[in-house]
Design a protein around this ligand. Structure first.
Ligand code: KG4
Ligand code: ZN
Length: 340
């Protein structure tokens, strides 16, 4: 096609992602992860992630070019994640993107990582209809976005006031003694548990929160409630019904996420929901979203998991949309914005 060829670079956390995108077509994407190094520490160490990006960047770009048969000279624009994320990792990717833009004489576009999690779905399920809702949930973010145009008009309706959904899962995983990251382990344990066994609190759903925080999330109170429930049983020398705790906790998270998202769809007259971010792998969320979207007549779009976790294709996809929208390039002296 005549669409511009965009090289996308993602480095907001622990994944070095590089992709080549033309229009809504993904030509190639390559991801290198430093997660194994972080698992030993029970969390992401920014310095370790930065060094890993520095080492992986050029080999990953070279791999993307070699495997797609594209030369650097054919690239029409470079897109990189300018935020939000960890400052060190963002800086490595942005510096690499600037160097390429400068050397090739091609435009640079610094783009928003969270919007990228929504944009990547266009590579899988095609162009968005006029207006979509996007729920972006991961270890770092839980945001509800009203997307009128992915390149030019995105409104954040709400976000988490404390922990992200995946982060809450990881913290509850730690208190249940599960390996890091605990999210997938809780998901697995929850499948053999009773989600109605324990009624955990649903944060920010009380009537008093409806006006100010209708579409915001809060998971730290829930995490504390789980900790207290477990401690009380442990102090009494009782055995912890781990499957029921996991299922009841997962149910509370999925319930709040889906209820608020569907209320926002109704409020803004949106018929399509896109779910992205690594937490969209969660079975309880997927099940409840599918059921509630079907009941509400809302089309549900969830890309395959490799496009939900951090990757280069999401930045290539958003960069491609931004270039096609004719937005002016970023200046080569742009900084990064950890809380963009
Ligand atoms: O997008 P992602 O790969 O990277 C970060 O933003 O950190 O998301 C990873 C997060 C972690 O918190 C992980 O525990 C959680 O998503 N996660 C899950 C599941 N798969 C990943 N949480 C619950 N259930 C899952 N199946
Ligand atoms: Zn992310």
């Amino acid at each position: 096609s005549g669409d511009p060829l965009v090289l996308g670079i993602e480095t907001s956390c622990d994944e070095t992602g590089v992709a080549l995108v033309r229009g809504d077509e993904l030509l190639f994407d390559a991801v290198a992860s430093s997660m194994e190094e972080h698992a030993r520490y029970g969390g992401i160490i920014p310095e370790v992630a930065s060094r890993a990006h520095l080492e992986a960047m050029v080999p990953t770009v070279e791999r993307a070019l070699a495997e797609s048969g594209v030369t650097l000279e054919q690239v029409d624009a470079i897109a990189c994640t300018a935020g939000p994320g960890l400052v060190g990792p963002l800086t490595i990717g942005t510096a690499a993107a600037k160097s390429l833009a400068l050397a090739l004489g091609k435009p640079l576009h610094g783009v928003n990582h969270v919007i990228g999690h929504a944009a990547v779905d266009q590579l899988v399920h095609g162009q968005f209809p006029d207006r979509v809702m996007a729920l972006v949930v991961s270890g770092g973010h839980s945001s509800l976005l009203l997307v009128d145009d992915v390149a030019t008009s995105v409104t954040e309706l709400g976000s988490t006031l404390d922990d992200a959904a995946g982060e809450a899962f990881d913290k509850v995983g730690r208190l249940l003694g599960l390996p890091y990251p605990g999210g997938p382990h809780i998901d697995r344990l929850a499948r053999d548990g009773d989600p109605t066994a324990i009624r955990f609190p649903r944060g920010l759903t009380a009537r008093k929160d409806q006006e100010k925080h209708a579409y915001d999330f809060s998971f730290s109170g829930l995490k504390t409630a789980v900790a207290r429930w477990v401690e009380t049983r442990e102090d009494a020398g009782e055995e912890i019904p781990v499957n029921d705790v996991a299922a009841s906790f997962a149910d509370a998270v999925a319930d709040v996420l889906t209820a608020k998202t569907i209320a926002a769809c109704h409020r803004h007259d949106v018929g399509t929901l896109v779910v992205g971010g690594g937490f969209s792998a969660n079975s309880q969320l997927r099940e409840m979203a599918a059921q509630r979207c079907a009941e509400a007549g809302i089309e549900l779009r969830i890309p395959p998991i490799r496009f939900c976790t951090d990757n280069g294709a999401m930045i290539g996809a958003l960069g491609s949309a931004v270039v096609r929208a004719g937005l002016p390039p970023s200046s080569l002296d742009i900084g990064v914005d950890s809380s963009m």
